[in-house]
Design a protein around this ligand. Sequence first.
Ligand code: COA
Length: 261
Amino acid sequence: MLYSNIFLEPSEDGITTLTINRPDKLNALSVATMCELDDALRCVEHDSEHRALILTGAGEKAFVAGADINELVEATPLEWKARCLRDQAIMRRLETMPKASIAAINGYALGGGLELAMCCTLRVAAESAKLGLPEVKIGVFPGNGGTQRLPRLVGRGRALEMMLTGKWIDAAEAERIGLVNHVVPQAELVPFCRNLLKAILENAPVAAALILECVDVGLRCGIEEGLQFEAAASAAVAASADRAEGTRAFLERRRPVYRGR
Ligand code: COA
């Protein structure tokens, strides 16, 4: 697929950068942009040249300023529902990929932009970033996972305050409440994310993929089922070549060479 609203840039170290590229519209998520994002995420998920992902927005002003409001004016309720379900599935693909992803939040992350960032494994914000779910201000709704993921990340009270007032918060506040993992100067944002992913990629890939899956499963079920799943995942890791290599390398006082098997 030829992209006109995003850039997908693989790199030799396996860390691919996906940039939403509509800076004149603050990278708003149009239907066409979501289609391209869907295609790109499928590539990242299935192709082994992509080992980890940085998701960011073009320009200095915005990560993503939400769904494209121009496309929201005429939609009927059933069209809305279909669009919600489709966009939710695209974002869920990002959330459940067995590969680490970081949202490099380089400015406004509003509405669908914050909902997209919340599907990444981690979030790092530039000092100038502003984050919020302001849909209620224009009579619409955070229907791409906002009502579900924000309370899970920051707790019910804070999430409800953000969604009901529609007010956005700055990067420092987002870090304080756990919505982002780190805040860094804008110029250091992408290098910082890259270093964080490099540190993740040095570790055993099989264990890392199963940590991602266990946390996702655990957040969807009760503690008993979560612990059962964890034990089964632990057994799968124990059967991996990565485990044999990692433990042997420790005892032989050398760096492990993992193959993700
Ligand atoms: N959808 C479509 N276009 C958008 C957009 C969105 N979500 N957010 C910004 N844009 C467009 C603006 O219409 C403008 O386009 P134009 O130059 O053709 O008129 C351009 O991006 C720049 O935005 P502008 O509003 O002029 O920038 P600003 O610095 O004054 O304000 C924001 C920045 C983010 C505060 C403001 O753009 C905004 O409130 N955007 C909507 C945020 C939102 O409600 N998101 C949830 C949507 S459901």
